[in-house]
Design a protein around this ligand. Structure first.
Ligand SMILES: Nc1ncnc2c1ncn2[C@@H]1O[C@H](COP(=O)(O)OP(=O)(O)OP(=O)(O)O)[C@@H](O)[C@H]1O
Ligand SMILES: [Mg+2]
Length: 461
């Protein structure tokens, strides 16, 4: 037997497939390229494949975006009991690689079970516990960055580094101010790392990413059964988790007013009260807050407490925008280029002189993060051994100029759109080539979903 497809085709009266279907509530077979060879009717119903749609021949991820079958194919190893969520329901899945006489993997079969899972309840509980533990640990990981990771030798960067080192020696509250992408989080981690609290936890929380209704329990914790839906055993807040270490409050301007009062108490009294507990607890945390917004203005508008503003503003550190650190651009670009090439094992590339010149004169609204994104893009777009300004998206600035003119009078509108889709298609094809034909990897590399990669390929002329 050389291919699973042949085997399935030879199974004329479908006795093998019927057997598979009767074993479980859904079964599927894929070939060595992870394309679907067969899917049981039950599985089709389970994932709602409409009548008349034939999944056979399509990549398995088209219908099962979270499938692990590709991994089984790649590793050649079975996965006997795994949990997979299909339409809000947890199912137990088993996946087996199929091998030929030479032990080459020629496909894989997956089974889904969801009926009569009561005997598996302990397994589900354990899974839920592990997940919770993992989520708690994720925020307790040591800081990833040290101050040495802050690159650049321009005068403003040197000054920033000196300020950071001094701030690390003190144990006061810090306020990091700077536009988006200027390195506030990197700096907060670097300062923690250089401080006496380095062996304690670094716990970050982004106030903008937190729905107001959850924010209080997330930050200060909740007593057992404090409110409906709360963890029955209560929840430890991030402030307690940061005890002995540093609490990084990102996007502080977004903190709801009610919580600002509680934070003020942490800063003044070093104590917190978990939601619904009526009990004060001592905590020892150093707070580093950050914002890209003008806090002074927020105070004037009444969205930020003045007393809290003064408490936070003890030692403000201003991170200069990249356009004021022009002398760093070359160092940063070279370093990032090396890093990206190392991570993605791309062929060696260099920045052309004109590309470098463009990088040094561009206005960088997204600062260092944008620089990184553009260098990544350049690596994918470059045709030869040099990355040119176009590859970095230098032409992306054009739409801004276009906006200044009424839409209908612009003669280049269509050509611009066409050239953009051509450039996109070029990038996609190049990425696919670089990833040896692996479209999933190519999509990941380009920062787009697999579905949108396929869509663009389909729309190509
Ligand atoms: N001086 C630097 N040297 C090297 N990399 C840097 C430097 N500053 C920032 N970076 C990188 O730039 C990216 C953005 O940095 P960071 O997330 O710290 O910015 P931020 O100010 O927190 O942005 P935002 O306000 O959007 O959250 C990160 O990938 C970071 O590692
Ligand atoms: Mg940030």
């Amino acid at each position: 037997m050389n291919s699973l497809r042949e085997l399935i085709e030879q199974d004329n009266n479908h006795s093998l497939l019927d057997l598979l279907s009767s074993l479980c509530q859904g079964s599927i077979a894929v070939d060595e390229h992870c394309n679907i060879l067969w899917m049981s009717d039950a599985y089709r119903n389970l994932i709602d494949i409409p009548e008349g749609t034939n999944p056979v021949g399509s990549p398995v991820e088209t219908f099962l975006p979270t499938t692990q079958l590709p991994r089984v194919i790649k590793s050649g190893k079975p996965s006997f009991v795994d949990l997979m969520q299909i339409k809000q329901q947890w199912c137990v899945v088993t996946r087996l690689p199929i091998k030929n006489a030479d032990q080459q993997t020629i496909g894989a079969i997956g089974f889904v079970f969801y009926d009569d899972l009561d005997s598996l309840q302990p397994l589900f509980d354990k899974f839920a516990r592990l997940r919770r533990k993992f989520e708690d640990e994720k925020i307790l990981r040591p800081s990833r960055y040290a101050l040495e990771d802050m690159l650049g030798n321009s005068l403003p960067t040197q000054q920033l580094r000196r300020q950071a080192l001094r701030a690390a020696q003190l144990d006061t509250t810090l306020l990091l101010l700077g536009e988006t992408g200027t390195g506030k989080e990197l700096l907060a981690q670097g300062i923690h790392h250089a401080s006496t609290r380095r062996s304690g936890p670094f716990v970050g929380i982004n106030m903008a990413a937190l729905p107001e209704s959850l924010a209080e329990a997330e930050l200060f914790g909740s007593a057992p059964g404090a409110y409906t839906g709360a963890h029955s055993k209560g929840r430890i807040g991030k402030v307690q988790l940061a005890d002995g270490g540093t609490l990084f409050l990102d996007e502080i301007a977004e903190m709801p007013l009610e919580m600002q009062a509680k934070l003020l108490r942490v800063l003044q009294e070093r104590e917190i009260e978990a939601l619904g507990s009526n009990r004060l607890e001592k905590v020892d945390v150093r707070i580093i807050a950050a914002t890209a917004k003008d806090l002074r203005q927020a105070v004037e508008k009444g969205t930020f407490r003045e007393d809290l503003y003064y408490r936070l503003n003890v030692l403000p550190i201003q991170l200069p925008p990249l356009r004021e650190r022009q002398n760093d651009i070359q160092t940063l670009s070279f370093h990032m280029l090396k890093q990206i090439q190392h991570q993605s094992q791309l062929p060696e590339l260099a920045l052309s002189a004109s590309a470098l010149q463009w990088l040094e004169t561009y206005h960088w609204p997204g600062n260092i993060r944008e620089l990184r994104n553009r260098i990544e893009r350049g690596c994918v777009m470059a045709e030869g051994e040099f990355i040119e300004a176009d590859d970095l998206g230098a032409l992306d600035d054009l739409p801004k100029q276009r906006d200044e003119q009424p839409e209908h009078t612009h003669p280049f509108e269509n050509t611009l759109r066409e050239s953009r889709s051509q450039a996109e298609l070029k990038a996609i094809n190049q990425a696919i080539k670089l990833c040896n034909g692996n479209k999933t990897a190519a999509a990941k590399h380009l920062g787009i979903s697999r579905a949108s990669l396929y869509l663009r390929l389909k729309q190509a002329p």
